[in-house]
Write a protein that binds this ligand. Structure first.
Ligand SMILES: Cc1cc2nc3c(=O)[nH]c(=O)nc-3n(C[C@H](O)[C@H](O)[C@H](O)COP(=O)(O)O)c2cc1C
Length: 202
């Protein structure tokens, strides 16, 4: 009888631990990739974490996604004017700046959010380096960005044109940099509504 009781108790403990085990073992199928520039920025002063990074973390939290930040091997200047110049130069030369590390287990993700600030009306070149490096066939791709007046600029159309036919590109979301930086609740509400609108949340 004692033996049976201990067996039943062991079984009960095992069953109680099952949900936690299952949670740990289910890898995320959504990935949020972004580039973002900390330091001095337009309208927000000197910031420790970039505006797009803030937006990306909110999306990742709501989607229970993994995050991969495109960290430039050669950092952009902290100074705003110097960064404007660096961006002008890389656009002029169609540069493909390198970023640190690579994404592990790319195959595991079926949905990839791609985040960036608008730089001179464009997607920063380092994001092109990333988009050219991976195979997006079969993936659902969703752009998101921050800006200070340009909205998405031409970036939605650019990403649609760059992706292979076998990828599905959903409507992206543009948020003002100052809002992403200083109003996490407002940004969270924008993101929640958008995810619902594009069918990724209930
Ligand atoms: C090099 C550079 C160029 C920019 N060009 C534009 C632009 O064309 N249109 C716009 O609305 N904002 C522009 N901005 C403002 C950024 O898009 C905005 O501050 C954004 O939120 C920055 O995001 P981050 O902190 O993630 O880098 C520019 C900023 C920089 C640094």
């Amino acid at each position: 009888m004692k033996k049976l009781m201990s067996l039943l108790m062991a079984l009960a403990l095992f069953c109680a631990a099952l949900p936690a085990l299952a949670e740990e073992e289910t890898p995320a199928h959504v990935l949020v990739v972004f580039f973002s520039h900390a330091g001095e920025n337009y309208g927000v002063g000197v910031i420790e974490e970039g505006n797009t990074a803030r937006m990306g973390r909110i999306i990742a939290e709501q989607m229970e996604a993994d995050i991969f930040e495109l960290v430039p091997v050669v950092p952009y200047p902290e100074d705003y004017d110097a960064c404007l110049e660096a961006a002008t130069e890389e656009q002029r030369t169609v540069a493909r700046p390198e970023y640190e590390e690579e994404i592990e287990n790319w195959e595991q993700y079926d949905t990839v959010f791609i985040g960036y600030p608008i730089w001179w009306g464009q997607i920063p070149n380092i994001v092109h380096t990333f988009m050219e490096a991976y195979d997006f066939a079969g993936k659902t791709v969703i752009p998101f960005n921050t800006h200070e007046g340009s909205g998405q600029a031409h970036s939605q159309k650019d990403i649609e044109a760059l992706m292979p036919e076998e990828a599905t590109v959903l409507q992206g979301l543009a948020v003002r940099g100052g809002r992403a930086q200083n109003d996490p609740e407002g940004t969270g509400a924008d993101v929640a509504k958008w995810l619902k609108d594009i069918g990724l949340a209930e």
